[in-house]
Design a protein around this ligand. Structure first.
Ligand SMILES: Nc1ncnc2c1ncn2[C@@H]1O[C@H](COP(=O)(O)OP(=O)(O)OP(=O)(O)O)[C@@H](O)[C@H]1O
Ligand SMILES: [Mg+2]
Length: 234
């Protein structure tokens, strides 16, 4: 059972190996850390270092080759896909690097979807509209993703992740497609959520301003966590 003083995420000995044409490729190795409730963590590192892979494993969207990930006190490696999805539902918001909006749904319908999946249909329209307004898309609600710019799609993806008021928000480069003003607005929204509802933020980012607002930073280097002593030497 999850206790207030327990980590909301606890990772130990995490490893991800995939098979490719040349044999086995180790994407992540020996990853371990904890995240406390209501905190904020920035995951940083060079392109290809394994950040998106790690985020997918933390949220139970992908399966590890070895090690454990505990989310809300539950060992994800012991749960099948259905039970991982049930654990995520409503408690986890995820913003993908590639947004992954439903192409046949409007912006408004995309944001309503997680509420509908949870059976929270009664005020779904109002809540979805409110979040689209908060990300500055009040005038784009009936647009389909292909008629939205990259930054607008990113903001729809953020509204979709926020609308259920998740306990943990995982976001992969949430400001990656935004200009400075919209990026700042989105950063403020995430930290408002963190302050108002105690949502834990786990953010992959290349944005130095965003990383500096997080309580802790984890640096990934070629699939491993760079230890502070190594950082001090370099
Ligand atoms: N399914 C897969 N099969 C083979 N290689 C993979 C697979 N998934 C990821 N990789 C490789 O693992 C490495 C880490 O990928 P990942 O997407 O996690 O990087 P990243 O740190 O998020 O990079 P970026 O900052 O560019 O988004 C990359 O070299 C990528 O090519
Ligand atoms: Mg990535």
């Amino acid at each position: 059972m999850q206790n207030t003083f327990d980590p909301i995420i606890a990772v130990e000995g995490l490893r991800k190996v995939v098979r490719d044409a040349d044999g086995e490729l180790t994407i992540l190795d020996d990853i371990g850390f904890v995240v406390m409730p209501a905190s904020s963590v920035a995951i940083v590192g060079a392109s290809g270092s394994g950040k998106s892979t790690l985020l997918g494993l933390l949220a139970g969207l992908d399966t590890a080759s070895a090690g454990t990930v505990r989310l809300f006190g539950e060992d994800l490696t012991q749960l099948d896909e259905d039970r991982r999805a049930a654990l995520r539902s409503g408690r986890v918001g995820f913003v993908f690097q590639s947004f992954q909006l439903m192409p046949h749904l409007t912006a408004l319908e995309n944001v309503m979807l997680p509420l509908e999946l949870r059976g929270e249909t009664q005020d779904a329209i109002e809540r979805a509209k409110e979040w689209l307004q908060r990300v500055g898309l009040g005038a784009r609600m009936s647009h389909y993703p292909k008629h939205l710019s990259g930054g607008e799609q990113q903001r729809v993806a953020l509204a979709r992740a926020f609308v259920t008021r998740p306990d943990v928000l995982f976001a992969d480069e949430p400001t990656g497609s935004l200009d400075a003003a919209n990026g700042e607005a989105v950063i403020n929204l995430m930290f408002d959520l963190n302050r108002e509802t105690g949502a834990t933020l786990v953010l992959v980012t290349h944005d130095i301003d965003l990383a500096s607002r997080c309580a802790t930073t984890i640096t990934i280097e070629a699939g491993r966590i760079r230890q502070p002593s190594a950082a001090a030497e370099s």
